[in-house]
Every structure is written in structure tokens, then in C-alpha cells.
Ligand binder design. Structure first.
Ligand code: DQQ
Length: 485
């Protein structure tokens, strides 16, 4: 099979001066990336594949890009793993899928894109321990078309796992009756698949026509189904329930994340030195127009790798993997901060690649964190904690003077009733913002300040009694050897 080679280091080097380009979130050397695919631990390394257009920073003929890591945070680029092949069932794209271990042979099961009406299931394998050289299966496509009651344009993204000697596969789908569904298939060899019917279908909102990128995995005594709501990127939704090998009965459900930034997460249990963990990467979309993306020469970032858990209240939650500690550099701790309404408490550092952990207290009203902020606040991103409404708002409406970037207010409701104290865990990586509250709900967003001095951080309040009993900040270093470190 042909291998698409290029020199990733020179592209990374050239783009590394871009002030919006993250340094500790994974992204390709250049050009377009969307969904994470094929997360896999093999021979002591983590492998991440991703939807990649190697020739443009806009979505186009999609290949599988590839990188690997010894520790889930420092990455090395590899050649493109899968590329579309003319005249075959992936002629116009190798879309999303996963990798499984078939008798010690890493095997990719993915979506072939021919036309929107033809998105068969494809297979490729590698004997190469570095997962560089892949061979597509002579049996392709292994599933050529959807069942009759499924819309043929809404059938993609195989998710495969093994139960004893049987392979199971879910495919994201939209049914002719208007429901979203995950379709269950079974196989003994990954080649011959029998359709068993929808494992589960639902219609949580009339505006969704299908579920993309399904993930189905065990967490404790439960099973979790995690789906991306299509069209128009309407968030990521989960169901938690019981699975008996044939049916899935959800017992609870909710948004894993709302908003337009995080989409198409890919989840796998990875067995490595740190024990078995349920790991997720998710595509973080750009929030600026195509002209800005073309000027930048790149688009799309992966979320910081997250570990998924079910919390004691029974909700699906995530947290950054513990390996984040490997990237921490200088730190400072502050405590006992009291702020009066209208006051601004300036934090004693100016940076835009940071991690901040804080406890924030108030009896009511609003406490705000300003960051990516210019001294005159011409540009500022604000994170408001609203103790009256019991929610947080990530406000990028003044993040940038540029008309090319979109301005949003992303809101998340806290789950515990009316807390007086909120634990916040914030990652800022140039244009990327990921924040968790109380180890349960998360918000993700993008901000593109134009000024080089947009690096101040401060706390403000509109509450009579607000305090920060604890705040710790770390500078976070790069995950790439060739960039700033
Ligand atoms: N992206 C892939 C599809 C998937 C969608 C194509 C989700 O397989 O459904 O790039 O972002």
C-alpha cells in the first residue's frame, strides 16, 4: 500500500508561532482535522488516528492521520495510515471508525465514503508493530449498505468490541421513521456480519436526524452509550443502563456536553501501565470563519485526553488524564482572596498556556474569571459562575476584535442544588478552553484574541461576599519536541 509521507516537523515548526495554535492539545502538523479515530494501545505505545485532510485546512477528502505516544500526552507524527483508493468503496474518503485486536493483528473497521448514499463498512489490517503500514481487506466492503428501514444517507461510524468469541459492532444511524439509532451487528471473523436490529433507538429532539460516532462501553456495573447529535453539531448525549448482550435498557440519560465545540468523541478502554482506564478524545471545532482558517493553515484540535467515570450520583463525567501532571511547569498557589463587588483581583502572572484549579465561594450573585485579557480589556474572555442560577457561562463575546471569529455564550448548569462553593478546573491553551466544575460538568470553547498582550488573568465579582479560598496555577509545557518548551 502507498504511504503518504511528508515532513511533519517543518510544518509544525512553521505554524508554531501562530498565537492561536495550542501547544498541549493534540493537532496535526498542518491542515484539517476532525474526529478522533482508532484509539489503541499497542506494544507499549498509545496510537491516535484522526480524520485528516492532508491537502487543505478545510474539510475535504478525508484520510486517517496517525500519531503515537509513550504517555498519552507527548506525541510523534506518523505518515497517513489510510487513504482513499480510487474505484473502491472508500474512493472519496476514509471516514470514522475504530481499531480492535484480531488475533494479535490490529484491525481497523471504518466508514468508506463513496457518495452520501454509499457509506459501507470497511476493514484494514497491519502486521507492523508501529501501525504505520496498513493493508485494506480483500473482502471490502464488509457491510455494503444499511438495512431497509434506515435512511441510506445516515449510516456510518462502526464501533466494534469483542464478547467472548463474538465480535459486535454498532453503527450510528437515522431510521426512516425519524428516530436516531445504533444498529447492532455480529460476526465471528470481522468479515461476515449479521444484522441483529437496532440495539437502541430514540428521538430526544425532533431536530436530530441521526447519531454519529456511537461509543458503547462498560463502566462499573453499567453500560454507557455516547452519541453525537447530527446535524448541526448539537452536542454529545449519553445513556447509562443495563446491557445483557442483546438489549440495552437505559436507566438515565443526559447531555455529556452541550455547545458547538466538542463533537464526535471516541472512547476506548485502554490497558496500559497505569491500569485499565476508559479514555476519550473529542474533536474541538474551530469557532471562526473559513477565511480565517485558510489564512491560519490549520483547523481542528483534540480535547485533552479525558478519563471517563460514573460519579456517585450516577452521571457520566470526565476529567483530564493524570498525565497532565507531566506537562506542568512553574506553579503558584494563592489563597484567602476576598473580593468586593466591582473590584478586580489581578492574578500575578500573564500567560496563555495554563492550568488553573480553584475553589470559588459566594453566597449568591456572580463571580467571574477574566483571561486571555488585554490590560485595557479591549479583548477578554470571561467565565462567569452564577451562584443564583446555579450555572456557569463561558462568554467569548469580547474575546477578539476580529470579525472572523464567532462570539458565543456557552452555558452549563451545575447538577448539585445551589452550591455555595464551586471547584473549578480550567485548561487554557492559546485558543482552546476546557473547564470542569465540581468534577462533574464541563464546558469547552475557543477564543482568538488578536493582541499579543491578551494574557492577563483576573477575578471580578458582582457578589457581596465572594472569596477564593484556594487557587493554584501551573504553566503547561508543549507536547511537541519542536515547539516552544
Ligand atoms: N465525521 C466523519 C463521519 C462522522 C462525522 C467524516 C462526525 O464518519 O459521522 O469526517 O464528525
Amino acid at each position: 500500500m502507498k504511504v503518504f509521507f511528508w515532513d511533519p516537523r517543518s510544518d509544525r515548526q512553521q505554524l508554531s508561532e501562530d498565537p492561536h495554535r495550542p501547544v498541549y492539545h493534540f493537532l496535526p502538523p498542518c491542515n484539517w482535522m476532525n474526529d478522533p479515530n482508532g484509539l489503541f494501545y499497542w506494544q507499549g505505545r498509545y496510537h491516535l488516528f484522526y480524520q485528516f485532510n492532508p491537502t487543505s485546512p478545510l474539510w475535504g477528502k478525508i484520510h486517517w492521520g496517525h500519531a503515537s505516544s509513550p504517555d498519552l500526552v507527548h506525541w510523534e507524527d506518523h505518515p497517513v495510515a489510510l487513504q482513499p483508493d480510487k474505484g473502491t468503496s472508500d474512493a472519496n474518503g476514509c471516514w470514522s471508525g475504530c481499531i480492535v485486536d484480531k488475533n494479535a493483528t490490529p484491525t481497523a473497521v471504518y466508514t468508506g465514503f463513496v457518495t452520501p448514499h454509499q457509506t459501507p463498512v470497511m476493514m484494514a489490517q497491519t502486521k507492523d508493530n508501529n501501525l504505520i503500514l496498513w493493508e485494506k481487506s480483500p473482502y471490502n466492503p464488509v457491510v455494503d449498505k444499511p438495512p431497509a428501514d434506515v435512511r441510506e444517507t445516515d449510516f456510518r461510524d462502526p464501533y466494534v468490541w469483542k464478547e467472548e468469541d463474538l465480535w459486535k459492532m454498532l453503527i450510528g444511524a437515522g431510521m426512516l421513521n425519524g428516530e436516531c439509532a445504533v444498529l447492532l451487528y455480529e460476526s465471528t471473523d470481522l468479515v461476515n456480519w449479521s444484522y441483529m436490529g437496532p440495539l437502541f433507538s430514540d428521538s430526544i429532539k425532533d431536530t436530530h436526524t441521526m447519531w454519529e460516532c456511537p461509543n458503547f462501553f462498560r463502566l462499573g456495573d453499567n453500560y454507557v452509550l455516547l452519541v453525537s447529535l447530527f446535524p448541526d453539531i448539537q452536542g454529545v448525549y449519553y445513556y447509562i443502563g443495563k446491557y445483557n448482550g442483546e438489549t440495552f435498557q437505559p436507566e438515565s440519560q443526559g447531555y455529556f456536553e452541550t455547545g458547538r465545540t466538542l463533537y464526535a468523541p471516541h472512547v476506548r478502554w485502554l490497558q496500559a501501565d497505569l491500569g485499565d482506564r476508559c479514555i476519550m478524545f473529542g474533536w474541538l471545532r474551530e469557532d471562526r470563519n473559513e477565511e480565517a482558517i485558510e489564512r491560519a493553515g490549520w483547523a481542528g484540535v483534540q480535547s485533552f485526553p479525558r478519563e471517563l467515570l460514573i460519579n456517585p450520583q450516577g452521571a457520566l463525567v470526565s476529567r483530564p488524564v493524570a498525565e497532565l501532571a507531566l506537562l506542568r511547569q512553574e506553579s503558584q498557589s494563592l489563597g484567602g482572596i476576598q473580593i468586593k463587588p466591582g473590584e478586580r483581583y489581578q492574578l500575578p502572572f500573564t500567560e496563555n498556556c495554563l492550568e488553573i484549579e480553584a475553589l470559588i465561594e459566594a453566597k449568591g450573585g456572580l463571580v467571574g474569571l477574566e483571561f486571555l485579557a488585554t490590560p485595557d480589556r479591549e479583548e477578554v474572555t470571561r467565565l462567569w459562575i452564577d451562584f443564583d442560577r446555579n450555572q456557569a457561562v463561558l462568554d467569548t463575546s469580547r474575546a477578539s476584535r476580529s470579525l472572523d471569529s464567532y462570539h458565543r455564550k456557552g452555558t452549563i448548569n451545575f447538577r448539585n442544588p445551589s452550591p455555595k462553593q464551586i471547584k473549578m478546573h480550567l485548561l487554557i491553551d492559546r485558543s482552546v478552553i476546557e473547564v470542569w466544575f465540581n468534577d462533574e460538568v464541563a464546558l469547552t470553547g475557543r477564543a482568538y484574541p488578536t493582541r499579543g498582550d491578551a494574557k492577563e488573568i483576573a477575578i471580578t465579582t458582582k457578589s457581596e461576599q465572594a472569596g477564593i479560598p484556594y487557587l493554584k496555577v501551573w504553566e503547561i509545557g508543549t507536547i511537541w519536541p519542536v515547539e516552544k518548551g
